[in-house]
Design a protein around this ligand. Structure first.
Ligand SMILES: [Zn+2]
Length: 233
């Protein structure tokens, strides 16, 4: 996997040129945000070693295969009881094996898209809206898929956006990604909900966007506002 230092605290790991996960140094160890496709675990563990601390926490943004693919293998190697494994209540049915893809009555009744493989491991920590987990503020950003979470590192304003936003080309809202990178669009459950989540993010002190796909995007709130305007046009 390609390794890119993105902030003083964080490195981005990229597989096949377009699937990202992130290792972030925290006071008590390393936090991994998403786990890439299956087969990424050894590269992630090697990269974590360069940060000089054990992986203490795994945060999942959502249940798609390119984000949960290596979580079972990682937890097996790290020892599940040594790691805080974090998701939220809405994602649980999507994470079980086989996944339960049914929608809740208050959700838009659109079909959930993209590869949802389910995993064997169970999260041992469920976060709710606005909860602080380590250095990260958990923000519910549904739309790409129900239960999607973004995590804001409040120390430096880096938003780990999962697939709520896309970093290929200009920053875009998931479901409105550019023609040359349509993958997140094909996988997006409900575009109006994705747009509403992006609008919600305007209220946070974001400096840069570390997305599941593409390079880290600087530009803070003005860049997000431009992405929203583009989606609305
Ligand atoms: Zn993805």
């Amino acid at each position: 996997m390609k390794s890119t230092q993105i902030t003083a605290n964080a490195i981005q790991l990229t597989r096949f040129g377009f699937v990202n996960c992130f290792l972030v140094r925290e006071p008590d160890g390393v936090t991994l945000i998403d786990t890439g496709l299956s087969g990424s675990h050894n590269d992630i563990l090697i990269a974590a070693r360069t940060l000089g601390a054990p992986i203490r926490r795994i945060l999942l943004t959502h249940a798609h295969m390119d984000h949960v693919g290596s979580v079972d293998a990682l937890l097996e190697k790290l020892g599940p009881s040594n790691v805080e494994f974090v998701s939220n209540a809405r994602s649980l049915p999507l994470l079980q094996k086989p996944p339960d893809m049914s929608l809740q009555p208050d959700e838009p009744q659109a079909k959930i898209k993209g590869g949802v493989p389910g995993i064997k491991s169970r999260p041992n920590k469920l976060v709710t809206e606005d909860e602080l987990i380590g250095s990260f503020r958990a923000i519910e950003t549904p739309g790409h898929i129900p239960g999607h979470l973004s995590f804001l590192d409040e120390r430096d304003g880096t938003l780990y956006a999962g697939d709520s936003l896309v970093g290929k080309g200009h920053l875009t809202v998931s479901g409105f990604a550019p023609w040359f990178f349509p993958l997140p669009n094909f996988g997006t459950w409900h575009r109006p909900t994705a747009l509403a989540s992006a609008q919600k993010l305007l209220a946070y002190p974001i400096e840069r966007f570390a997305c599941g796909h593409g390079a880290v995007k600087p530009g803070g709130i003005p860049a997000l506002r431009a992405a929203i305007t583009k989606a609305q046009s």
